[in-house]
Ligand binder design. Structure first.
Ligand code: NAD
Ligand code: TYD
Length: 342
């Protein structure tokens, strides 16, 4: 890493989808760096996603809540962090509509607790992992740039936008060295099967209906999770403190087309598609302009869209145990056995 003497990194939310992918590749790439994973293990946290790295002496797991001030201060007292990547969040828009409170607790207050600890104990770099959803919704044309107005439309995106504002303020006011990445929709291995792509795959594999919200013409810009993880690594090492970096896959596709593609990959009939009531406040279209991170920091996505979908579909076929255990609630039992007593 350039510009950063990295010996220890705190990764929050490392038992989630993107965090677990990040830790896996990071440990591989940055041998000898101590990786501390702080995760509350909510319904979305799954230590099975980190299977195989438990024995790595550079990896350390702490179960805890980023909004728990006393716990976070103890952790910062125990370690000195050269870098912090904050993935920990409540991440599902539908859940934020059903119950926004946890989103404020974790995404807003939790981020503030981490920023305060970084202010008190010091941290080399603090990277806040954010989302394109803070920009709101696009019409038929155009893309989000880093200077697009922030206009969140869901409790989830409002909480993420709030966290971004806190990260900015803690840099401007207190000099905490924050960076913000805003990424488009991720897909790939270990994504919780409530999110669109894994839900479509899991339902199709079980010959269940694929619920399509509204007219299915909402567009998302999909990025393979490993490309996002690589972008975070690049921004962490080379990004300019206080800056925002957009990260997108450059793959815009309407939900209905994505569902059709998945069905065709699995050899399943389109009769499984089922149009259901739309999500309230459903953003119509997201598309990212990633030229800043591409030109200034030299990152670009590696995975082709078709290739990434093939990898993902095949991963869910091969790892039925992983997602079926989640769906059946088995994971809760696994978790109790493995970690409740610690
Ligand atoms: P996820 O829901 O799969 O994982 C979130 C993780 O955070 C889980 O392991 C959970 O146990 C943990 N967590 C939740 N609350 C916590 C708390 N209070 N303290 C400690 N840990 C807690 O989410 P994801 O899809 O991996 O997203 C990771 C981050 O990336 C989030 O900040 C999200 O907003 C952002 N993001 C996601 C996407 C996407 O497409 N998934 C796109 C852009 C940005
Ligand atoms: P989602 O994976 O929840 O991501 P986000 O809302 O953060 O973009 O949903 C992706 C898109 O798929 C979004 O337009 C909502 C839509 N969707 C469905 O049509 N059906 C579903 O069952 C889900 C979960 C999402």
């Amino acid at each position: 890493m350039t510009g950063l003497n990295l010996k220890t990194i705190l990764v929050t939310g490392g038992a989630g989808f993107i965090g677990s992918n990040f830790i896996r590749t990071f440990l591989d790439k940055h041998k000898g760096v101590e990786v501390i994973n702080l995760d509350k293990l909510t319904y979305a946290g799954n230590l099975e996603s980190l299977h195989g790295i438990d024995g790595n002496p550079s990896y350390h797991f702490y179960r805890g809540d980023i909004a728990d001030e006393a716990f976070v201060r103890r952790l910062f007292n125990e370690w000195h962090f050269d870098a912090l990547v904050n993935f920990a969040a409540e991440s599902h828009v539908d859940r934020s509509i059903l119950g926004p409170s946890a989103f404020i607790d974790t995404n807003v207050r939790g981020t503030m607790v981490l920023l305060e600890a970084a202010r008190e104990f010091g941290v080399g770099r603090f990277l806040q992992v954010s989302t394109d959803e803070v920009y709101g919704s696009l019409g038929q044309t155009g893309k989000f740039t880093e200077s697009t107005h922030i206009s969140p439309n869901s409790p989830y995106s409002a909480s993420k936008a709030s966290a971004d504002m806190l990260a900015r303020a803690w840099w401007k006011t207190f000099g905490v060295p924050t960076l913000i990445t805003r990424c488009s929709n991720n897909y790939g291995p270990f994504q919780f099967p409530e999110k669109f792509i894994p839900l479509m795959i899991a339902n199709a594999l079980r010959n269940k209906k694929l619920p399509i919200y509204g007219d299915g013409m909402n567009v998302r810009d999909w990025i393979y999770v490993e490309d996002h993880c690589e972008a975070i690594d690049v921004v962490l090492s080379k990004g300019k403190i206080g800056e925002v970096y957009n990260i997108g896959g450059g793959n815009e596709i309407a939900n209905i087309e994505m569902a059709r593609l998945i069905l065709s990959k699995l050899g399943k009939p389109e009769s499984l598609l089922e149009f259901v009531k739309d999500r309230p406040g459903h953003d119509r279209r997201y598309a990212m302009d990633s030229s800043k991170v591409e030109i200034e920091l030299g990152w670009k996505p590696n995975q082709s869209f078709r290739g990434g979908i093939d990898l993902t579909v095949n991963w869910y076929i091969k790892n039925e145990n992983w997602w079926k255990r989640i769906i059946s609630g088995e994971y809760q039992k696994y978790y109790k056995l493995q970690y409740e007593e610690r």
